[in-house]
Design a protein around this ligand. Structure first.
Ligand code: B3K
Ligand code: ZN
Length: 859
């Protein structure tokens, strides 16, 4: 398949000011008539034909200016129509089968309803069209179908008219006044009920907000609605962005390839990010709903009003919108805890991507299948890059820069360069060198050393941007590091400074630092880099206890643990040294338990050990078996040493009644952390407490936390709890997803056999992406099971990819990533991983999605 390159961009030869679509709806047969008004684009080179993209489509009829024509040709799925003049009207008829659309791109059926997913290239599966984000049109949609099957008919924009026919069909006409690219088109038809509310915008516009769900689910939409209204207010206050239609519709569907989609005025959501109540959703799920609702809402400006010129610019909307949703969630809850969570996601998903075969810049230079570039790099690193700009200029100037960006490019399809330029002009930044963050892949490695020099201290920094596929050598980038020098004696520092390293090496002098200065650097994770700092364990313990930047506190404790596990895994430690290191870490954790100045949400974060995946990422070549052993042993040692403290904390936290307050959420978080450590340190006591927590639970957070601990242990309590959970929540797909993932993510030694058995469970299906992810993503991130020395874990994932690829290639391709880590794993396992990739590569008829990921992973 062809490689598409950023440098080859040319504007489309035709403008399409207006599009009229007529849908005659049926689950197995939907008839689409598209009327396109086209005009030559004076900005582009003239062409005697128009290329209308199509994917698995056949034209039933093509008319130009009212006359049927047969002078059209097909080329690689696309329809080419010759157009003699400067302006024409083209009418095309197609028929599609939504029920057979298992790819879930274009128009598809889910639980008897019809809905669409068009980003990035799904619209071409509905009708022939210039399916590229720089073609903006005003859409009018007429839809008709039987009222019994499709009582609710929705599309973008405003409902203009609707009516009924004598034969039981009804129809609706929708009009969206805002020009948009085809990827933002949406249509929904089905038997839905809505939670309806209103929001008054800053300028007084009354917006009707609907959240449509299947009957019976409406009681779980309250949190989503509150989140939507908070997002609308926050974007007015923080970015000066107001909503621009009278209607904001959200529809929840259970079969969806990702989290949600920001279609203009008609967001389509995975049920996972809409439905939440205390019985069925964890605190993490509540946060997920709030964050994704906000994200899609914020796209109305960063994505819809200002869209992308081409898909290489994806981070223009995604990186920026992720930053916007992160800042929103920071404001809604605990800012430091949110920051820690975001960094954990970055390190867990993006760092491995950036150091592996799939590494790419946040603005990629080429792709074969764009769906493969909806990545942690484009999204999360993209957000970090814009966050650095904000750190460098401060929030007020940042707002001026983004304000200029929105104003300058409203109604346009823009580029990342446009964003950077607006930040230079509006925020007064010079981003000449900073632009490298858009073009260079790879996580910069920073080393930091503080040297005492009389009354002063000198900070020596160096950076190295590692080579990545297609980018052998890199230039130094600007690295903004929030830095403070503590005085160990006083426990204070002389003020935080922003130190920006722009060269490969740099030295920075700090005056009057006291007798024993301690370096606190990359505070708040101001730059998305890896940091190796020449700091003693004693200094890390000091920072873990005293740093006034909560992120830096967390980081110090993490570094202490990571440093120890790296040594332990490499076999460098004597038994005595290992024991004393474990003890030192346990006592640092003990201080976290005892520290009254911490709230429980933050305490809970500090207690989370770095994941096995992250530890592997910090090592040049990882031995997953050794990492698992050492980490598990450390956890047991901590659990044993602090058993009574954990039990006391569990008891204290158990007395806090359920609510969504920070205090109650924090209590639930530390409760489950206590169970994890107790089950490691004293398995019988831990299991008994988990069983008790499970039975006493009046909410999903407690219940799932307890079940997670029980699922990792052997015995009758495990069986009983899993059975109880299943029976209790049978029929609730989102909770049954948890039941699958609790087992596939479990620390139980029999996970591989469990996963194979669960694949045959009547509730398992490859057709539902949530279910597939809950069983197999859970398994693939479960390092101990996935990396079983037999190679069976790799085979399970390869088998899945091969079985899923013909059904849903987009989702199948996502499972290639874990196997793609083979170069960074010890030789025996590495060979087994590579063999599975080669086996997939040989399979006939592989999708473009999976083929691209497998060949990059082997290449
Ligand atoms: N923009 C969509 C993602 C579409 C992914 C298509 N493969 C959701 C989001 O980022 O908000
Ligand atoms: Zn997005």
């Amino acid at each position: 398949p062809a490689i598409i390159r950023r440098e080859d961009y040319t504007p489309f030869a035709w403008n399409l000011p207006e599009v009229h679509l007529h849908f005659e709806l049926g689950l197995e047969e939907t008839h689409v008539t598209a009327k396109l008004s086209v005009e030559r684009n004076p900005q582009a080179e003239a062409s005697p034909t128009i290329r209308l993209n199509g994917d698995e489509l056949e034209p039933q009829s093509v008319a130009v200016d009212g006359e049927q024509v047969d002078s059209w040709t097909m080329d690689d799925g696309d329809l080419l129509v010759s157009l003699p003049g400067d302006a024409h009207e083209i009418v095309i008829e197609t028929t599609i089968n939504p029920a057979a659309n298992t790819k879930l791109m274009g128009l598809f059926a889910s639980n008897g309803m019809l809905c669409t997913q068009c980003e990035a290239e799904g619209f071409r599966r509905i009708t022939f069209f210039p399916d590229r984000p720089d073609v903006l049109s005003v859409y009018s949609v007429r839809m008709s179908g039987t009222k019994a099957a499709f009582p609710v008919l929705l599309a973008n924009g405003n409902l203009e008219e609707s009516g009924e026919e004598a034969d039981g069909t009804h129809w609706a006409e929708w009009h969206d006044p805002w020009p948009k690219p085809s990827y933002l088109f949406a249509l929904v038809a089905g038997d839905l009920v809505s939670n309806t509310d209103t929001f008054i915008t800053a300028s007084g516009r009354e917006v009707t907000c609907n959240i449509y769900v299947r009957e019976g689910d409406e009681g779980r939409t309250g949190h989503a609605m509150e989140s939507l209204k908070k997002s609308m207010r926050w974007d007015e206050e923080t970015f000066g962005r107001e909503y621009d239609l009278d209607l904001y519709n959200i529809v929840a569907v259970s079969d969806f390839n990702m989290g949600a989609m920001e279609n203009k005025g008609l967001n389509v959501f995975n049920t996972k990010y809409v439905l939440a109540d205390e019985e069925t959703a964890t605190d993490g799920d509540f946060d997920g709903v709030e964050g994704v609702i906000a994200h899609e809402y914020f796209h109305n400006w960063s994505g819809n009003r200002v869209t992308c010129r081409d898909w290489f610019q994806l981070s223009l909307k995604e990186g920026f919108t992720v930053l916007r949703d992160q800042l929103f969630s920071q404001d809604m809850g605990s800012a430091p805890v949110k920051r820690i969570e975001d960094v954990r996601v970055l390190r867990g998903a993006q760092f491995p991507e950036d150091s592996g075969p799939l590494a790419h810049p946040i603005r990629p230079d080429s792709y074969r299948e764009i769906s493969n570039f909806y990545t942690a790099t484009v999204y999360n690193k993209g957000a970090e890059v814009i966050r650095m700009m904000r750190t460098m200029c401060g929030p007020e100037r940042f707002r001026q820069g983004t304000g200029l960006y929105f104003e300058r490019h409203d109604g346009e399809a823009a580029t990342c360069e446009d964003f950077v330029k607006a930040m230079e002009d509006g925020a007064g930044l010079d981003l000449t060198q900073f632009r490298l963050w858009y073009s260079q892949a790879g996580t910069p490695k920073i080393t930091a050393r503080l040297e005492k020099d009389g009354e002063d201290a000198v900070l020596h920094l160096s950076q190295e941007v590692p080579p990545t596929p297609g980018q052998e050598s890199k230039s130094p980038m600007p690295i903004p590091l929030r830095t403070a020098i503590f005085d160990r004696e006083t426990g204070k520092h002389g003020g935080e400074q922003l130190v920006t390293l722009t060269e490969a090496q740099g030295s920075f002098r700090f005056g009057n630092v006291g007798a024993s200065p301690v370096l606190s650097i990359n505070r708040g994770f101001s730059a998305p880099v890896t940091m190796s700092r020449d700091v003693s364990d004693e200094d890390l313990v000091f920072l873990a206890a005293h740093d006034d930047d909560p992120f830096a506190r967390y980081e110090a404790l993490q570094d202490l643990v990571v440093g120890h596990l790296q040594h332990a895994v490499s076999g460098e430690l004597s038994d005595d040294d290992r024991d004393s290191a474990r003890e030192a870490i346990a006592s640092a954790i003990g201080s976290v338990l005892a520290d009254d100045s911490l709230d429980d949400l933050m305490r809970g974060e500090l207690l989370v050990l770095p994941t096995e995946g992250y530890l592997a990422e910090t090592m040049a070549i990882a031995d997953p078996g050794r990492i698992h052993e050492e980490r598990a042993a450390l956890r047991s040692a901590i659990g044993a040493q602090l058993e009574d403290q954990f039990a006391a904390m569990h008891e204290r936290a158990s007395a806090v009644p359920y609510s969504l307050s920070a205090e109650a959420r924090g209590a639930r978080k530390v409760k489950t952390q206590a169970l994890i450590y107790m089950a490691a340190g004293n398995p019988d006591r831990g299991k008994a407490m988990a069983w008790e927590q499970y039975q006493a639970a009046d909410n999903m957070t407690d219940r799932q936390g307890a079940l997670m601990v029980l699922a990792g242990a052997d015995g009758i309590k495990r069986t009983n709890a899993l059975l109880d959970f299943y029976n209790r929540f049978k029929g609730n797909a989102l909770v049954i997803d948890k039941w699958f993932s609790l087992q596939s993510m479990s620390t139980h030694p029999g996970v591989i056999e469990h996963v194979k058995a669960l694949a045959d469970h009547p509730e398992f299906t490859l057709k539902n992406p949530n279910r597939v992810r809950s069983l197999y993503m859970g398994f693939a991130v479960n390092q101990n099971a996935f990396h079983d020395p037999s190679g069976e874990g790799y085979r399970v994932i390869a088998d899945l990819i091969l079985a899923l690829d013909p059904i849903n290639p987009q989702t199948a391709a996502r499972f290639v990533t874990p196997l793609g880590r083979w170069r960074r794993i010890e030789p025996d396992r590495s060979a087994l991983m590579k063999a599975q990739l080669e086996r997939i590569a040989k399979a006939p008829g592989l999708s473009r999605d999976t083929h691209e990921q497998v060949s990059r992973s082997l290449g």
